[in-house]
Ligand binder design. Sequence first.
Ligand code: NAI
Ligand code: MG
Length: 496
Amino acid sequence: MSLSTKLETPVTGIYTQPTGLWIDNQWVEAIEKNSFEVINPATEEVICSVSEATDKDVEEAVSAARRAFEGCWRTTTPQQRGIHLTNLAQICEKNIDNLAAIECLESGKSISTAKEEIFAVIGCLRYYGGWADKIEGKTLDINPETLHYTRQEPLGVCGQIIPWNFPMLMLAFKIGPALATGNTVVVKTAEQTPLAALVFADYVKQAGFPPGVLNILSGSGKVAGAAISSHMGIDKVAFTGSTAVGRTIIKAAAMSNLKQVTLELGGKSPNIVFSDADIEQAVSWVNFGIYYNQGQCCCAGSRVYVQESVYDAFIEAFKKRAQAISVRDPFDAKTFQGPQVSQRQFDRIMGYIEEGKKSGATVKAGGKRQESKGYFIQPTIFSNVTADMKIMQEEIFGPVVAVAKFKTEEEVIKMSNDSPYGLAAGVHTKDLNTAIRVSNSLLSGTVWVNCYNMVHHQQPFGGYKQSGIGRELGEAALANYTQTKSVAICLSGALF
Ligand code: NAI
Ligand code: MG
């Protein structure tokens, strides 16, 4: 198959879409010549086909990454690594409309959401470019006869497995800290959304990265993903996706070479509204917390707990807000919610909606598919949801929220923490003491007070409990990509 094709988006026109595998700063065909189709979720039509990596291609990419690590990248000055990363950010900035349009095309997210995402990608790459020359060890004062110090050294070759909900942002979260700290990388994008990352791959060479430092493969989880997680020549695997696959990856890492693992997994995050909150503001944040990106956020505020004295008023206001959401063509600048990413996700979400109806929860808003073509689902609110219902317990990953009533602070903390997940939480109150007390009691990696979804590259992000292992973003992410070397030097030369 050819290594590129001409495609068109309604907002940026015709462009060249690479379709090969990006290995060693070159486009190559998949060794077994496999390919797979990418579907436009707004129209259910095929956009194009791209090369599909198998374990043989993973092997090629890992060899290239190893050569680059040994040959140049580990000795490239930190300052130079930072320059490449900031160059990459700058090229993305020049191409922001194109990247956003391609993401919109392949993922179905609204063009405005896609553009915000690419802005965040640029910020993240620039931020880690800035970190590259600030990775420091320590000197340890142990004995006047000796010199002791530590160095933070790269791990080597990192495998990074990316999901489809924020295809470019998840890529930036992962490559930023890995490359800044001197590792080389083999990325596998999600099978639903390989296209923007392939356009981005062309920027890697332009930004000055040497061949093999950053390799980008399209391919399936079961084949290319599994090859990465069980590879004997990969030193670390980073993954964002389902908790089930997270388990598979950690098992594969354990059974192969005990590569290091970081996981950013699912969630069922509580969003708590106390009676003293600014209700109008709380409705806005709760609405944004669940429906942003079609509800396809690992940190979505999908369990909403409202204090009883404001419950009815809150539900009515929330219903109005949800019903006013524009669910339509993602390329329309005014659209907030586009289609779900795939038929599979659509079916899964509709299954949960049916399950919610059967279990006796009240459909306050939505509850149906929208339009006849495309994977569009109405923003759905279930009220009177009880703790035993599946829609209160399981990650739906769609525009579906479960709302319940609570009486006391103690009760809502218990309800919130009653989950195998612990990714994020929201607290809405005007009382500072309540905000701090409750935030401290919630078992989650992030707490948003009087806001929601405030993910920023300067702030660590990750899960408690089964929501993950390790932290992405901020300074914290650097620790996942470095290992400490201790050096002791005897100054006297004598055995003492
Ligand atoms: P998934 O976990 O299967 O896919 C995420 C990534 O993992 C993709 O790149 C996929 O190719 C890869 N993968 C799949 N199986 C693999 C394996 N055996 N070894 C290595 N890599 C593998 O998620 P899926 O099936 O697309 O969505 C199912 C559910 O997962 C969603 O409904 C949602 O609940 C959750 N999810 C959570 C995400 C998050 O941001 N935490 C992102 C995507 C999905
Ligand atoms: Mg899967």
